[in-house]
Design a protein around this ligand. Structure first.
Ligand SMILES: Cc1cc2nc3c(=O)[nH]c(=O)nc-3n(C[C@H](O)[C@H](O)[C@H](O)COP(=O)(O)OP(=O)(O)OC[C@H]3O[C@@H](n4cnc5c(N)ncnc54)[C@H](O)[C@@H]3O)c2cc1C
Length: 577
């Protein structure tokens, strides 16, 4: 059995930032990640990270309350306003901290950190390092992590990479440890901890048309859900307007921030024809732009009548494209054979982000004692029903640090896991039994088909526009797939050493349970708000639905509940841009 004061599950930006916060206060940390930390999905973030850095446009200064207002309006008033104010107020300081640690942010003529316009923001507020912001952030945080590891002759932090967490163990509503699988050695191991921080990221691979990495499965969120922590606001799923046609690789919002146009088959900048985007045009928020692209396609004005439109960057010129958007150019050339300097890029909305997640408060604490969560797997909520571009990277470093500090405070105040060896051993036995039952299964269900059918039904029926008929059909399908999962037969039953077959199929169980919460939530919420657009309930209904949804695990499916939204700074208004 291994022991750390704090165990962080997830080596992305949120997990690493939380771990560093603990180490800086002399708390010993284990950092567990199923892939090497620098390979986490955070590394593929392109466009940038928001903060009100006192930027000024036409004599007006940006400030943290403007950032808070834009975030709350962007959320369609479902974000908790006190948490948003805390979030935006902390932002400039966190950017400077990352800059001091070494992130090479792009600069303006004055030599200050440059900021580009992003969707739904009243100011150019998105700091960036060309179009590889996530990669620079993650490499920089990794250097900070290395300062505390054995490699630097210190032993405050131990990294367990290529270890998969399979279970969180809770005793009397207190998180006491996890069971994790060492892929290289093919062994299961118990980790005891005084506090646990989850930073397992998004769950995009539930959809076939996602911009997310292969590693972004439902299991991370499901671990907390299965351990009795409610999930929150799962129906709110973000579709990014500009992903490459066919494979859904992301074309950052920075393309539009730098001045890119969206064109239909007639060559029109069609966003002008819709009242909710006619002023902001290409830099209206993602939910609105995704819907208006989909409307163009449904009206037959996609390119050649097909399911995509053009992102046109040609007028920006070669120099701007090469300096500000070099990665985008590479992606477009490599994946669809189009050079944005000379040709328009075919794009379509694709699944991108989950606003919902593990229910935490503004201190990153879940309702289970000693258990914290931060980053995309958590729902504070600062994004409400629709996240603004650039606010997610910010969430990882702001709430990652807060999660770490909360865990430190919990331990300093006496939070400690006592002798729980029986509970820990029992947890491990349950995981062993589950694996054995998969190995010895007499079933005949092919799990890869279950995954494919799940991804397809989510993309087709739980997408940009939703309605009761499709959602009911999707719910029935997901429940059918959950039943079929009980009879899966995997191919590799040779043991645990790098058994990827077993790993993907254990993750699939998480995908199915998380998908069920998304569909159940979408079906339950009879209104349109932010990313949830119900064609049968097209209007936002503050009287009945201005509250968070909660989801508690039961073997039959999620038990739904609700939770108050904290208002107090800005009154809900109609949202136009
Ligand atoms: C293509 C793309 C571009 C983006 N661009 C931007 C942008 O420009 N600006 C912005 O604000 N946001 C952007 N986002 C969103 C943002 O990047 C993510 O929301 C954020 O980086 C998530 O960070 P994270 O630390 O929460 O998770 P991740 O970086 O996804 O890390 C998750 C970690 O958890 C580990 N893990 C998961 N499950 C387990 C398990 N069971 N056991 C052990 N380890 C586990 C993984 O190994 C990984 O280390 C983008 C997202 C994508 C997909």
């Amino acid at each position: 059995m291994k022991y750390h004061q704090v165990l962080v599950v997830g080596g992305g930006l949120a997990g690493m930032r939380a771990a560093v916060a603990c180490n800086r206060r002399n708390i010993k940390v284990g950092l567990l990640s199923k892939i090497h930390p620098v390979r986490s999905h955070s590394t593929s973030a392109q466009g940038g990270i928001n903060a009100a850095m006192n930027n000024h446009v036409r004599g007006k200064h940006d400030d943290v309350m403007r950032h808070a207002f834009d975030t709350i309006k962007g959320s369609d008033y479902l974000a908790d306003q006190d948490a948003v104010v805390k979030f935006t107020a902390d932002a400039p300081h966190r950017i400077i901290e990352m800059e001091n640690w070494g992130v090479p942010f792009s600069r303006n003529e004055e030599g200050k950190i440059a900021q580009r316009p992003f969707g739904g923001a009243g100011f150019p507020r998105t700091c960036y390092a060309a179009d590889r912001t996530g990669m620079y952030l993650i490499q920089t945080l990794w250097e900070q992590v290395c300062k505390y590891t054995e490699a630097s002759m210190r032993e405050e932090m131990v990294i367990y990479d290529e270890w998969v967490c399979l279970k969180i163990i809770v005793e009397k509503n207190k998180a006491v440890g996890v069971v994790a699988w060492n892929l290289a050695e093919g062994k299961l191991e118990i980790f005891k901890a005084d506090a646990i921080i989850m930073g397992t990221g998004g769950i995009g691979r539930i959809y076939s048309n996602t911009s997310n990495a292969l590693t972004n499965t439902g299991m991370g969120m499901a671990l907390a859900y299965w351990a009795g922590v409610p999930l929150k606001d799962m129906e709110f799923v973000q579709f990014h307007p500009t992903t490459l046609k066919g494979n859904n690789c992301l074309m950052t919002e920075g393309c539009r921030g730098e001045g890119g146009y969206l064109l239909n088959d007639k060559g029109e900048r069609f966003l002008a024809n819709y009242p909710d985007s006619s002023v902001a045009m290409e830099i209206a928020p993602r939910d609105i732009v995704s819907r208006n692209i989909t409307r163009e396609v449904m009206a037959g004005r996609g390119i050649n009548g097909q399911d995509y439109v053009y992102l046109d960057l040609r007028h920006l010129g070669a120099e701007k494209i090469m300096t500000r958007l070099p990665g985008i150019r590479d992606l477009a050339m490599n994946f669809v054979g189009v050079d944005p300097i000379t040709q328009p890029v075919p794009i379509q909305p694709g699944h991108h982000y989950t606003m919902g997640g593990i229910d935490v408060n503004e201190n990153a604490a879940t309702p289970v004692e000693g258990l914290y969560a931060a980053g995309e797997c958590a729902c504070v909520s600062v994004h409400g029903a629709n996240r603004l571009g650039g606010n997610s990277l910010l969430e990882t470093i702001v709430f990652g640090a807060i999660a770490g500090e909360s865990a430190v405070k919990y331990i300093e105040d006496g939070g400690k896991t006592g002798d729980v060896s029986k509970t820990l051993e029992k947890g491990k036995k349950e995981v062993e039994d589950k694996i054995l039952s998969i190995f010895e299964s007499k079933g005949d269900e092919d799990p890869s088909l279950i995954r494919e059918e799940l991804q397809k039904v989510m993309a087709e029926k739980v997408g940009v526009f939703r309605n009761e008929k499709d959602l009911k059909a999707a719910h029935t399908k997901v429940q059918e797939l959950r039943d079929r999962y009980k009879k899966i037969k995997i191919m590799n039953t040779s043991g645990l050493k790098f058994n990827q077959d077993l790993m993907w199929n254990m993750e699939l169980e998480g995908d199915l349970d998380i998908a069920e919460t998304i569909v159940a939530g979408a079906l339950n919420r009879k209104e349109s708000r932010g990313s949830q657009s119900r064609t049968d309930f097209p209007v936002r209904d503050d009287k009945n639905w201005l509250h968070h949804s909660t989801f508690t695990y039961t073997p039959k499916g999620a038990k739904l509940g609700k939770k108050k939204v904290t208002l107090g700074y800005f009154k809900p208004k109609e949202r136009t841009y």
